[in-house]
Design a protein around this ligand. Structure first.
Ligand SMILES: *Cc1c(COP(=O)(O)O)cnc(C)c1O
Length: 471
């Protein structure tokens, strides 16, 4: 205890520290109040550590060391916390890494629209007030074949809004096989409860038939709902009712069919080796009345929820108060418009929209990319023994579950300590690089790495080698 006491006695006072040149210099970066908070917090942390008999040695309480800590904290306070990450995981739509990266055209348009004012809500032809939704409406209609469209903040919001506007206080019928949870916080039954609609489950987990829906319809039924399973597959002894059959039934009863499609696929990818997935157009053609999907999954744009469908229903949705609460901002709209514009020429979309480009890249493309990566690596990192290895990458984001793309990774080998240290160094550095640790090696799947990022990774690897040689 005596030792703790003497350590405590050694701790400098806030005022004393504030008189140090090294500390006063920090006032150029940060306000005085915040600086005092950081100094106090640093000393308090040390004090509690000493009292808890944590590993505190005399050198930790030296003024020099304390000033260092304060400087680091101030520097961190000034850094932007959300920052660039290089994705070497091979998961194209990585939810934790911000889903779809934007293409260069969308980036340009965001820059242009954000640096000054825009025509967000003015009709430049008439000079009168306009609607923010009008700018991309026609484009969405052209690409999907729908009668009308509206865009909101995200797809979960789109589903909540559509259900609130169409089915509040009434019943909505859904198959038990489609009561999915997507990404941990979006559960169909819970969203339904929030909207005020009453869930009526029909069928069994693996099978539901048209007659199940038919038997459940009452005068209180507001809609039939179909939800794309997104992140899981139903295999084996199964039966699912098609959108067409649901539409035929709903038409007789004069109620709408809602279809929560999720991914927002606009181009059929079967010729690129993908299993069949309904495109938005396919679902519109099936006659569904209200269709919802995300802007930043397979569509490859920004976070947004797009609702397309029959004019009658979109008008009802558009005039609901929640639309205002879920409205999209100008950055989202401009990036989405720029992304959608590329779909007018599908061959262009495939090449220019990063998500699609990464998804259709072939195994040979990936081998070439991996070889190019290895070629760029400097000799100074020989110690990491880089080589090329076959691997598989995934689409992610709840799209094409179970589908794997053959790919290549650049693999780094070394002692277990080196590999663990390398992974940590790359992940926590700037820019951060996210790779995979697998069977004692470090892997970077080249599929999700953008060409110009390879040189950055090389530099980070060199930094790691330099640092570990010093130790
Ligand atoms: C992803 C997904 C959602 C949620 O969309 P967000 O854009 O993440 O809000 C809802 N429904 C389905 C079927 C999905 O796949």
């Amino acid at each position: 205890m005596t030792e703790a006491k003497s350590l405590l006695r050694c701790l400098p006072k806030v005022d004393e520290l504030l008189q140090q040149d090294e500390i006063t210099q920090l006032l150029e970066m940060i306000g005085r109040e915040r600086l005092v908070d950081i100094i106090r917090e640093t000393i308090n942390d040390l004090r509690s550590n000493i009292l808890l008999k944590e590993m505190v040695v005399e050198s930790d309480t030296s003024e020099e060391r304390i000033i260092e800590t304060i400087k680091e904290k101030v520097k961190k306070t000034n850094e932007i916390q959300i920052r660039k990450v290089i994705n070497g995981s091979g998961v194209v739509l990585h939810t934790n890494l911000g889903r779809a990266p934007l293409g260069s055209y969308a980036q340009e348009i965001i820059q242009e629209v954000s640096e000054g004012y825009s025509n967000l809500e003015i009709d430049l032809d008439t000079g009168k007030r306009g609607s923010r939704y009008q700018h991309i409406k026609d484009l969405i209609l052209t690409l999907t074949g729908a009668e009308d469209a509206i865009v909101v903040n995200n797809n979960a919001g789109a589903v909540l809004l559509a259900l609130s506007a169409v089915a509040k206080g009434k019943e909505v019928i859904i198959s038990r096989g489609e009561l999915v949870e997507i990404g941990g916080s979006f559960r169909v039954p819970e969203v339904m409860e929030q909207s005020g609609a009453k869930l009526v489950e029909v069928g069994a987990t693996n099978k539901s038939y048209l007659k199940d829906y038919q038997n459940a319809i009452t005068e209180n039924t507001a809609a039939l709902l179909k939800v794309h399973r997104s992140n899981f597959k139903l295999v084996g002894f199964t039966h699912e009712t098609t959108s067409e059959d649901l539409v035929a039934l709903a038409n007789q009863k004069q109620i709408p069919v809602m279809n929560d499609l999720g991914s927002g696929l606009l181009i059929d990818l079967q010729k690129y080796g993908y299993p069949y997935e309904p495109t938005v157009k396919d679902v519109v053609n099936s006659g569904c009345d209200i269709i919802t999907f995300s802007g930043d999954k397979l569509l490859g744009g920004t976070q947004a929820g797009i609702i397309v469908g029959k004019k009658h229903w979109i008008k009802i949705i558009e005039s609901h108060p929640l639309t205002r609460a879920l409205r999209v901002d100008k950055l989202t709209l401009s990036a989405l418009e720029a992304t959608l514009k590329q779909y007018i020429k599908p061959e262009k979309a495939i090449q220019q929209i990063p998500v699609l480009k990464m998804m259709i890249a072939t195994e040979e493309d990936m081998l070439k990319k991996a070889e190019e990566f290895i070629r760029q690596l400097p000799e100074s990192i020989d110690r990491l023994k880089a080589s090329i290895k076959r691997t598989t990458s995934q689409v992610g984001g709840g799209s094409y579950p179970g589908h794997e793309m053959n790919s290549y990774a650049v693999v780094f080998e070394g002692s277990q300590d080196d590999i663990v240290s390398l992974e940590r160094f790359l992940r926590t550095g700037t820019p951060s690089v996210i790779g995979r640790l697998s069977e004692g090696v470090y892997l970077l799947d080249v599929r999700t790495i953008i060409e110009k990022e390879m040189i950055i990774i090389s530099e980070r690897l060199q930094d790691w080698v330099k640092r570990s040689e010093k130790r």
